[in-house]
Design a binder for this molecule. Structure first.
Ligand code: TYM
Length: 330
């Protein structure tokens, strides 16, 4: 059975990009695959310095993952800091990746530039090594993510191959999987940039918990183009193409098929907003009721961590053995 692993950071509310680019694929894949999904709280520490925030976001995010449809009876949902093997293998990954490779990571360059005068942690720089550990610990075949993770998955493959060459076959070399529509949802106000928790304002970001009226307003005000023709062309018509792709993702069609049904921007914006509201409505209801029982969420996460540790500890032991670290009992 194909093993799947993917994770999300608890750095703030989940948005439509996270949902269409990743979470929806996790839910649809959980019944055919052996699925592991992590809330990577230690990754969030690269940009967090206030006490308590990450823990609270983690519980909130757990409720979101179950609300979108991850079934704790089927998928293994865990918190990264509950599985200490992640940081243990993370160090080994740091010793298997080069300074030059990490320096070429565009996400590091972008995030460091955005933080400018702020504190830029070494963790922000070594982040891809910990991400490689997240993936390789689970012998994952597939990693379902959005397009923005491509460089991180490629470096993970390079690290796995390098380790296997140095120390013998140890890790599965994973492959990236993206959805047909929704792999790169862009900001509704700035359609050349991806929709992102770290972007400037909220007007172009649709959050999973936004009220229907707020969602409709955000779509009605979405930036389109100066001409008025509806067709799918990411390069020349980024705003309209983003709407077409969102509507396609919500209705299971291709963006080109969707485009054929519209002559004007107004109805396209309206229908896209309505489709998103309908997709999110049941998720919002489930999220509210899940958050009412924090003890149950915590119980589900404990079970997830136990299941994750069975796999993670055996992979870590294999890596130690193949490196030839001195065992406790010789
Ligand atoms: P994160 O937390 O930023 O995002 C979680 C998932 O959402 C996808 N995504 C998007 N997809 C389409 N359009 C967008 N605008 C958009 N924004 C975000 C991301 O591609 C991701 O799949 N580094 C990762 C977390 C991570 C991870 C891992 C992922 C840590 N370890 C191991 C996979 C496997 C991140 O920051 O994702």
């Amino acid at each position: 059975m194909t093993r799947v692993l993917s994770c999300i950071q608890p750095t703030g509310p989940v948005h439509l990009g996270n949902y269409l680019g990743a979470l929806r694929n996790w839910v649809s894949g959980q019944h055919e695959c052996d699925a592991f999904h992590g809330i990577v709280d230690l990754h969030a520490l690269t940009v967090t310095d206030r006490p308590g925030v990450v823990g609270e976001n983690t519980l909130e995010l757990a409720a979101t993952l179950f609300a979108v449809g991850l079934d704790p009876e089927v998928a293994t949902v865990f918190v990264q800091s509950h599985v200490p093997e992640h940081t243990q293998l993370g160090w080994i990954m740091e010793c298997t990746v080069s300074y030059g490779e990490l320096s070429r990571m565009t996400q590091f360059k972008d995030k460091a530039a955005k933080r400018e005068a702020d504190f830029v942690s070494a963790g922000l720089f070594t982040y891809p090594a910990l991400q490689a550990a997240d993936i390789l610990l689970y012998d994952a075949d597939d990693v379902p993510v959005g397009e923005d993770q491509r460089q991180h998955i490629e470096i993970t493959r390079d690290i796995a191959e390098r380790f296997n060459t140095r120390f013998g076959a140890t890790f599965v070399v994973p492959k990236m999987v993206t959805p047909k529509a929704g792999a790169k949802v862009t900001d509704l106000q700035d359609p050349t940039s991806k929709m992102s928790k770290s972007s400037g304002g909220d007007a172009g970001i649709v959050y999973l918990h936004d009220d229907p009226s707020v969602i409709m307003k955000k779509f009605k005000r979405a930036v389109t183009d100066s001409d008025s023709e509806v067709h799918f062309d990411r390069a020349h018509k980024p705003g309209v193409s983003n709407l077409l792709e969102i509507l396609a993702a919500c209705t299971g069609r291709s963006p080109e098929e969707v485009a054929a049904g519209y002559q004007q921007y107004g109805p396209l914006k309206n229908d896209t907003g309505e489709a998103v509201v309908e997709v999110l409505r049941p998720i919002q209801e489930r999220h509210r009721s899940l958050l009412e029982d924090r003890a149950e969420l915590s119980r589900l996460l404990r079970r997830g961590a136990e299941k994750a540790r069975v796999v993670a500890s055996s992979t870590l032991a294999r890596a130690y053995r193949n490196i030839g670290l001195l065992p406790l009992d010789v």
